[in-house]
Design a protein around this ligand. Sequence first.
Ligand code: GRF
Length: 197
Amino acid sequence: MMKKIAIFASGSGSNFKAIHKNVELGNICAKIKLLVSNNSNSGAVEYATENNIETFIINKARFSDMIKGENLLLKKLVFNQIDLICLAGYMKLLSRKIVEKYDNCILNIHPALLPKFGGKGFYGMKVHEAVLESGVEESGATVHLVNENYDEGQIIAQKKIMINSNYTPEILSKKVLQIEHELYSKVIKEFCENKLI
Ligand code: GRF
């Protein structure tokens, strides 16, 4: 059976786009059924709309009662028979109900080599700044399973890059993003072929 995926993204959505391209090319045997975002002005939402992928916006502007919003989202995921949730730059914590329902079926990508440089406060450029400040020689990307504490679930795959002495946080973020696209699609492909768990 072809797996059904929901992508959660808040930002530009370059990981989402890379995954979608690999689905379109037949490299990942799956269907992206839903794009969930807290940011209706994001590149991710724009891309989903252009590509006829259904979107679900969850934020306080749409739901004065966020519990209701979260319950509706869970219903939407179940209705669409979602098998896999991929967090791709999603800036909100998932509700406990979703994490429990999709145990072992939620992946996240982080732009550093976990368990270092992860957890609260390590997002966006802050991650790359901290990596460079620490003086480590390599960084990279990590795909991990999601549990209730951010960046703490089981590590599934990592890919490393060497850090050059002239790297700025911006350069490092671009280099890491390139390998994120490759690594995330590789892991999702394995999940969809039941080779992961
Ligand atoms: C990526 O660096 C990812 O590792 C992190 O958020 C960023 C999302 O980038 N979780 P994009 O929106 O996929 O371009």
